[in-house]
Design a protein around this ligand. Structure first.
Ligand code: SF4
Length: 514
């Protein structure tokens, strides 16, 4: 009996019973459901109070929906998307589905998308083209698009018009509605589109299937209110909403008890954590100060915004211990004029002052960053300022990008007068400096003994293990497989631009949770 027949029988059952309400409940599955996104609405930042729900559960009528079926999720973009995929995988398992890593074996395929740059979007449309053939072979296959692209009107309209192999589109604010949306997709002949423009409440206790049992993502907040002029995130992820500290602390305690060795606190702008919690005066510094008391060897956080990186956080990070001495601090440009056009809300001097404070408090800190080149109107002189700032800070790594206009963002309306060949030439020059400084930084490790959290076999050689230092340096070294998941001491014998080679000197006992 397929899903449609199962619900039709439930509806007839309900219709024959005195329970009229439930009859109506089932009927809605047969209507076409379209809730399309609106960037105009998404831009609004209402004062409506954010509610916290920690009673998520799979609705009774949906239990068992996945029996004998398999799901496949392809994830694009940032850690926040990876985290959402862990939640959706948890919901699929709770519905009775099994995971598969082959699209041809799947009964449901979800593309969890990223809207940060054009090429990320093109990849998704390419993938949808490929899936069309699979859909012709397997008409019962359900194909869904979720994540940040689904929050963009132009994308939803394009899929509605051109990609009729897609059965469901839902956004970043309602992944907890996945059981309902799947049902509607099984029932409806039409494409189901349920994208909320307005961010919803904070839903706790969502099921999760974490990738691995060594490191875990713990999201501490959703959304961003910074509205950098090039960025689509405030539109696709909504306003800043912090989780309650007690929920986060409990989650990290739970992970520590399960033997996880590292947690990374996630948010689009983690330094704004707590600003929306009106009943308590509580920020990221307070949270880190609490978490460092938990018996877990490593705690990290990403992504930071210099504007909200306060002295209290620096003070707490300086306590060290299980707070890692690596800070990713996106600067985007070294020119105050360009930073102004980007609406980053800090100047070159203010950024350098923050770096000075961090280095004074945490002398060994490794700093990394994000940089955009070729922003509208960026001059050669302004680009030179980016290079000089890069040298002055002494970054050990940077993620570098050519500016990519995002429809709906203020920057997309700016006249982009920097020719592509100039953008490419600037990116090349910047990447050359990034490589040079990284190679310099790596050289310092030669002969040193470092602690490495072993994550598994190295990509290129299964007899060699790989892991990261506290400052996020990749180390490859020969060691018994029993070292995987542990923190071991490694003497560095060779340094490359992006990785270190070494030999294990000692296996440290994993922290016993008392
Ligand atoms: S802080 Fe980051 S996520 Fe927020 S608008 Fe700026 S670039 Fe986007």
């Amino acid at each position: 009996m397929n899903e449609k027949q199962r619900l039709e029988s439930k509806q007839i059952e309900a219709a024959n019973s005195s329970d009229k309400k439930s009859a109506k409940d089932y009927s809605k599955y047969f209507e076409q459901v379209i809730t399309a996104p609106s960037l105009k609405d998404a831009k609004k930042r209402g004062k409506e109070e954010v509610k916290y729900h920690n009673d998520f559960s799979i609705p009774e009528e949906f239990r068992g929906m996945g029996e004998g079926r398999k799901f496949y999720i392809r994830t694009y973009g940032c850690q926040m998307n990876e985290h959402d995929t862990e939640v959706m995988a948890g919901i699929f398992l709770a519905l009775g589905y099994e995971p598969t890593d082959k699209t041809e074996d799947a009964n449901v395929i979800l593309l969890n998308t990223c809207a940060i740059r054009e090429n990320a979007e093109n990849k998704v449309f390419g993938e949808l083209g490929h899936l069309k053939h699979l859909k012709l072979e397997k008409p019962d296959l359900l194909i869904g698009v979720c994540g940040c692209m689904s929050q963009e009107e132009s994308v939803v309209n394009k899929i509605l018009k051109t990609y009729n192999q897609v059965d469901m589109i839902f956004g970043t604010h309602n992944i907890h509605r996945l059981p309902n949306i799947l049902h509607e997709a099984y029932m409806s002949k039409e494409m189901v589109v349920e994208v909320w423009s307005k961010e919803g409440d904070v839903i706790e206790n969502l099921p999760k299937v974490r990738r691995g049992n060594i490191k875990a993502w713990v999201n501490i907040m959703y959304g961003c209110d910074k509205f950098c002029t090039y960025c689509i995130v405030p539109f696709t992820r909504g306003k800043e909403r912090s989780r309650r500290p007690e929920e986060i602390i409990q989650e990290v305690r739970h992970l520590a008890a399960q033997g996880y060795q590292e947690v990374t606190l996630l948010g689009q702008n983690v330094n704004a954590y707590g600003k929306d919690l009106e009943d308590i005066n509580y920020g990221l510094g307070n949270l880190m100060d609490e978490l460092r008391k938990i018996d877990i060897p490593r705690i990290r956080f990403t992504t930071s915004h210099p504007r909200d990186f306060d002295d209290h956080l620096i003070e707490v990070l300086a306590k060290g211990g299980n707070l890692m001495d690596h800070i990713h601090l996106p600067v985007q440009s070294g020119s105050t004029d360009v930073l102004k056009i980007m609406a980053r809300k800090y100047t070159r001097e203010q950024y350098l002052e923050l770096v000075r404070k961090i280095k004074a408090a945490i002398p060994n800190v490794a700093l990394t960053t994000d940089i955009i080149v070729g922003y509208p109107n960026e001059t050669d002189e302004q680009f030179e300022e980016t290079l000089s700032l890069y040298r002055e800070v002494g970054y050990e790594l940077a993620y570098t990008f050519i500016y990519s206009p995002r429809e709906g963002t203020p920057a997309a309306k700016m006249q982009d007068n920097v020719p592509m060949e100039v953008k490419k030439e600037r990116l090349q020059r910047l990447n050359a400096l990034v490589n040079e400084q990284s190679a310099e930084a790596m050289k310092k490790y030669k002969g040193q003994i470092v602690e490495v959290l072993v994550e598994g076999e190295s990509k290129n050689n299964p007899d060699v293990l790989a892991g990261y230092t506290s400052r996020s340096k990749l180390v490859n070294f020969a060691a018994p497989k029993s070292a995987i998941g542990k923190i071991v001491k490694v003497r560095i014998t060779d340094a490359k631009t992006w990785s270190l080679n070494g030999e294990m000197v000692e296996e440290l006992e994993p922290v016993e949770v008392k």
